[in-house]
Write a protein that binds this ligand. Structure first.
Ligand code: ADP
Length: 395
């Protein structure tokens, strides 16, 4: 029995050692598994964070507004591509101060105020340079959980287009008021003179009343043209496109203008070839031909010739024109005549009952058909107005 004891002790010792080793190994395995889980967790967190940052970056990069983020020391942390375009930044500005990056003291003041006051809204900044860009800046200071200043966000909204439209609108209103006031003042003047006694002389009274009639007509034309322009510009008129026989339409316009042409001894020649058909809104195209032919009669040579022509273009489409043999248009005014209220000879236009809107209406109508207009002239030998339109296939 006693001789078995050392054997038993050795066996027990080996069993304990084996049990301890296998426990140790199990613990090691558990530790390794826990490490793997932790690593996976960290990895998935990193991936999620990277995903969120990618999404955020995509949002910032697609913004139409310029975005600039400054860190707590006022150094650029992020600038999106729109900001780069707005300020025409030649390089990466990250790490620079606001002043180093954009070189605008006013902007530095906005950022400083945003830090002091929390936010600055609606600050208008005129960017230096020839293109006269105007941007609106909104800035806000960002705070962390402990409410300490963590950075500044500046958002830049390009106002250039809005400002341009605003100035066009103001100019338009000023022009319209002027155009309305002029005939009204003349009418009032004649009425006062009539009331002061001119009415007692039938010949004078008739002459004055005819002048009043002329100016009221001008007011009516002006209102009609203003309505046309406003409809065309608002895009609220739908074109009723259909095949239109250009020669036939020009014939109708020539008929309408016959009396006016006769008055000035002008011959109207419809030289548009037969069968030339365009895809157009007939009423609007009639307005185009009317305005062009009416101008050719008004500004062309007394006793002259006004021709309405047209041809198929090799590259497709149709080109039409109206020409006269009058004094023509100076080269520097050839493009400007299509501007609203632009006149080469203001007094002449007024005298002829012009509104200064006829060619601008022509341009609008042709462009809304997808065509183009242009004027050519050799001063002293007349002017020709060309327009292009889509032809009707097979004609
Ligand atoms: P208006 O009502 O003054 O005729 P338009 O827009 O039709 O306005 O024309 C603008 C200006 O272009 C006219 O005032 C005139 O000075 C010039 N113009 C237009 N057509 C002709 C032409 N055929 N010959 C010479 N000048 C022209």
């Amino acid at each position: 029995m006693l001789s078995l004891l050392p054997w038993l002790c050795a066996l027990a010792g080996a069993g304990i050692a084996w049990a301890l080793r296998s426990r140790l190994m199990a613990e090691r395995r558990a530790l390794a598994a826990a490490r793997r889980d932790l690593e996976e967790l960290r990895h998935s967190r990193r991936t999620r964070l990277a995903d969120e940052q990618t999404k955020q970056q995509a949002v910032f990069n697609s913004m139409v507004e310029g975005l600039l983020i400054l860190d707590e020391h006022g150094r650029v942390q992020f600038a999106n591509p729109t900001l780069g375009q707005l300020f025409q930044l030649p390089r990466d500005v990250r790490g620079l101060t606001l002043l180093e990056a954009l070189r605008l003291h006013e902007l530095q003041e906005v950022a400083t105020r945003a830090v002091a006051e929390g936010r600055v809204t609606g600050f208008e900044l005129h960017l230096p340079g020839a293109n006269g860009r105007v941007v609106q800046v909104n800035a806000a200071s960002v705070h962390d959980a402990e409410k300490t200043h963590a950075g500044t966000i500046l958002v830049f909204h390009d106002l250039t287009r809005i400002k341009q439209l605003e100035s066009v609108r103001k100019e338009f209103v000023a022009n319209v008021s002027h155009e309305l006031r002029t005939p009204l003042a003349l009418i009032k003047g004649y009425v006062e003179t009539l009331l002061d006694g001119a009415k007692d002389d039938p010949a004078v009274a008739t002459r004055f009343l005819q002048t009043i009639e002329k100016h009221t007509d001008r007011l009516t034309f002006l209102i009609d043209d203003l309505l046309s322009i406003s409809l065309l510009e608002s895009g609220s008129i739908a074109l009723n496109l259909q095949p239109v026989d250009l020669r036939e339409l020009a014939g109708q316009v020539a008929g309408e203008l016959e009396a006016r042409a006769l008055e000035r001894g002008v011959r109207l020649a419809n030289e548009i070839p037969e069968g030339l058909r365009v895809n157009a809104d007939s009423d609007r195209l009639q307005q185009v031909l009317f305005n062009l032919a009416d101008n050719a009669i008004k500004y062309g040579r007394q006793g002259g010739l006004v021709r309405l022509g047209g041809r198929r273009l090799e590259e497709g489409g149709i080109e039409g024109w109206v020409s006269d043999d009058g004094p023509g248009i100076p080269p520097d005014a050839l493009e400007r005549v299509f501007e609203r209220f632009y006149r080469v000879d203001r007094a002449r236009s007024r005298d002829q009952g012009g509104t200064g809107l006829g060619l601008s209406i022509v341009k609008h109508i042709i462009q809304s058909h997808g065509g183009e207009v242009r004027a050519e002239s050799t001063p002293g030998s007349g002017a020709t107005f060309f327009y292009t339109l889509t032809g009707v296939p097979g004609t």
